[in-house]
Design a protein around this ligand. Sequence first.
Ligand code: PGA
Length: 255
Amino acid sequence: MKILILATKNEAVERTVRLLHTAIRKKPNLVLGLATGGTMLDVYQSFAKSALSAGLETDKLTTFNLDEYIGLPANHPQSYRTYMNDNLFANLNIPLSQTYIPRGDALDPEEEAHRYEALLSAAGGLDFQLLGLGENGHIGFNEPSSSLASRTRVKTLTRSTRDANRRYFGCDEGVPKLAITMGIRSIMDAKSIVLLATGSEKAQAVFDMIEGPVSASCPASALQFHQNTTIILDQSSAAELRNTEYYQHVHKDGV
Ligand code: PGA
């Protein structure tokens, strides 16, 4: 794992955006795995703006999102399809037909999960996967106890995930209980992975992911087995780490 600790959240976001630029410049037809959540809002805003000003070619990308709530049609205001269209795709030169997100309103969600995994495989797998981190250590909606060998499937959301996302739905009843998510194995097959976590509420999960044992109790700890993962942190999310001196020695101030 390459562990970059930046001084501020803003610098962590900008570093993430820079890595995206570099990857797309190197391979304009990148198969790009995308995440949602509050952390990614700043990333997408900055990425869309800088892609435009830098003349970055984005029309050849193929994107696969990690997950979608079951029961929400694509045009639901809280669906991840709406989130992606509004926060990224609308501001980027990319045909929507090249952007994939599981269908939350599929009649048979299990079948939809299989279809999604097959689409991913037909696209040749992920070149680059962008990840956020749940306070409980989840990546995608792979909640604690998820099989580290899992593929895209239906998962039940934990109480803590539903609590964390309640702010978007207005009331507890509105937060879906199930989601379709790429599995941990599907994510681990990506050629490179960049995970961004900021804020003190992520500090325990960051410790578990980097310095804890590899365990389904912290799904993100599976990344310890990945050969090309970069973890981008700010000071607050890195606060519980024990080996900070070493990480700073290797990549001073995230350089
Ligand atoms: P957040 O979510 O960016 O809203 O904290 C991250 C996640 O749950 O993966």
